[in-house]
Design a protein around this ligand. Sequence first.
Ligand code: ADP
Ligand code: MG
Length: 851
Amino acid sequence: MIKLFQYNSRFQYKETIQKINSRRNELQNYTDTLLKKQTEKLQNRIKESNIKDVNIMIEAFATMKEAIFRSTGLTLFDVQLIGSITLNSGNIAEMKTGEGKTLVALLPAYLHSLTNKGVHIITVNDYLAARDSELAKKIFAYLNINIGVITQTTTNEKRKKEYQNHITYITNSELGFDYLKDNMAIHKNNIAQRKFYYAIIDEVDSILIDEARTPLIISGTAKIQKNFYQDACKISNNLRKDKDYSVDEKSKSIILTNNGISRCEEILQIDNLYDIRSPWIKYIINALKAKELFIQNRDYIIKDNKITIVDEFTGRIMIGRRWSEGLHQAVEAKENVNIEAENKVLASITYQNLFLLYNKLSGMTGTAKTEEAEFINIYKMNVINIPTNKKCLRKDLADLVYKNEYIKWQAIATECLDMYTIGRPTLIGTTSIKQSELLSSMLTELKVPHNLLNAKPENVTKESNIILEAGRYQTITIATNMAGRGTDIILGGNPKNLAAKEIEKYIKNKYNKRNNLSNTQIKTIINYVQSSNNHLENMQDTFKNVKHLTLIYNNIQTKYNRKCKIEKEQILKLGGLYVIGTERHESRRIDNQLRGRSGRQGDRGASRFFLSLQDNLFRVFGGNRIETVINKLNIDNNTPIESILLTKSLNSAQKKVEAYFYDIRKQLFEYDEVIHSQRKAIYNERKKILNCAFNRDCIMEYGEQTIQEMLNIYNQDNKEIYNLEKIIKLLNLKINKQEMYKMNEKEVKTYLNEQFRISYDMKEMYLEQLRPGLIRQLEKYYLLQQIDKAWQEHIDKMNLLKEYIGWRSYGQQDPVLEYKNEAFNLFINMITYIRQTVIYLIMRSRLIVDI
Ligand code: ADP
Ligand code: MG
């Protein structure tokens, strides 16, 4: 099946690839200046034709291929071009680790940058955004294309400028937060982003699948009652598992038994724990959850006296995220750290809907095929499997299953010792920090030197450097799944990296005594001496001895090239990089990610998973079947089991987990979709007001709609006098209502509209006299203020609604449908409310203006 497809994708694009390559051959004769002109030429061609024109794509890709060659000395492989074409068509390119996806993204990015609408390249962390943008800057200097980069440390003032560049590198979370912040801006100068146009998401599965389970939230703080959390914590410690409450690990829920309920009531000296007026139940359930279901170093770590969430399956630390509905505070109480204020959601969006805002979306990763259905259903992206440049020689060995965890870890440690003894580089992937620390201490006992990485954000740079060296002789590396993501393991070490380190040392120790260069300058020099084909700028004007340094660097590089090559040969003889998995992950995709670290670019390699019957996957999702198997097999402790029956139930357990999480994401998406269309409507209205210098029309419209809405009520109530009075009062009109009783409905409406207009004109004239322009500011202020206030209240109500729906949803009704209906009503109410309060406020505002 796969073979056929590989053949197809090569075949399908054969002609296009040939055209790109032959055009690139011509471009090789261009001078740098002429190559640079390509950008302008292509920009003009796009204006005349359009970006979908295949010939323009071919020209742009050929230009890019040449620019990459001139700046880095690398020649793109044909499979990389296929990857670029895939991205350009708005799909996902599945390309294995080490196939060179960083460069693949540059081609469609270049083509789309020519329209000057802003291309975003999304990465999973700041380190990668910085690393890749630096490379892109170097390459795009040949083509007059500007590269921007935004990381956590980028100031608000700078962000706007960075977004204005042709291409901007940014992490998913920075992008999302900027989007939300922009839609809370009170002045249009504070808006940083342009309209979303085209995005290429690197490690797309990580962002659109793994991260998509929790929405991005901007929150303000609300008051909390710290002692409630502390007291509830004490009570929870007084309750006994299975007697006073039961725990459901799978759905992460706690149920109090009758016994437990009376115990709580006794301690608290209250009659009814479930009385709506008593706040306790929520606190107690959360405290019990904190006690039973949330474990330090698995679900969270304590860092700087703060509880920081760890993603259960990926081991990734989620800085700044907090569990909602008081759970975070309950964990804080349990750990006796400062209890932080409860958050009130001011704005939120899911990654699904954030990325759907783009005109065109594409992504790349080593592992996406298993989640293809989700990518198609939610994002309308197909997953195209791109063949590797060289055949993959990695051997994925059969799983070994041990009876219990202890024996499993011992077996893993022994395996590491064996590998260390023969010198074969080994990478062990763990699912949690706790486990990686456990293995680390076992290895220390066995006197096996090793590196331990656990994906803490502050270590990303350091970890990436360690991962870069994880393919060297006798190197044992323990890593949680996310550690060093995006960095590729090169057998025998990366000569360029090693040489860079040595020349840096040299410059700092010897050369810098006289010159006193800054770190940035040193970096520039290293970049310069590293590029084999640099005719861009004459560095010698700036740094006199750069020629001398280039010579020294070349010597060092040659030395390392040789050294690394010899080391690589040696490692290949040992079988290449050996990857050990210590637990099956939430999905096959993540297992594959780990395996994919080995066997890059046609290297030999192997992978094996060591499992135990006590692993999470078996325990939580395995069901009874596993137990039956064990009892039947009657095995002794130390021999691993290799049974077809076991593998089968293992796979089905894993599929269950995959389905379980997909459901969660799908549900989140379905619910968010409802609020998303509302969010879009509100944000649009807001943006319109923010960008408009003359919002009088908007006020007039709101006024007329308000009148109409009131009249509808008035009509239903059969011309009740009370309502007319209310309208007049609300609009603060000075009119004679007796006259109105003679009119028919239409006349009343026209009359009210007229009076409203006159009254507003008078107000405007009056204010203009006092201070010109004030009325326009007031209009904008009231509109934005009321929209924001109402929207935040609306979010609260929607969250509550979702919870209620969750409680109600048994029986035949479709909860999502019910949610939609009620959400719609809430939304209409909110809009009406906004209009009415704005009109009310502006018509009744009496200003005392000091001039
Ligand atoms: P991926 O993101 O697919 O895992 P990277 O983009 O990190 O891979 O590239 C892995 C390594 O391969 C990098 O060192 C890069 O310089 C190198 N590389 C990429 N393309 C080529 C090429 N055409 N020829 C040689 N080396 C390449
Ligand atoms: Mg990559």
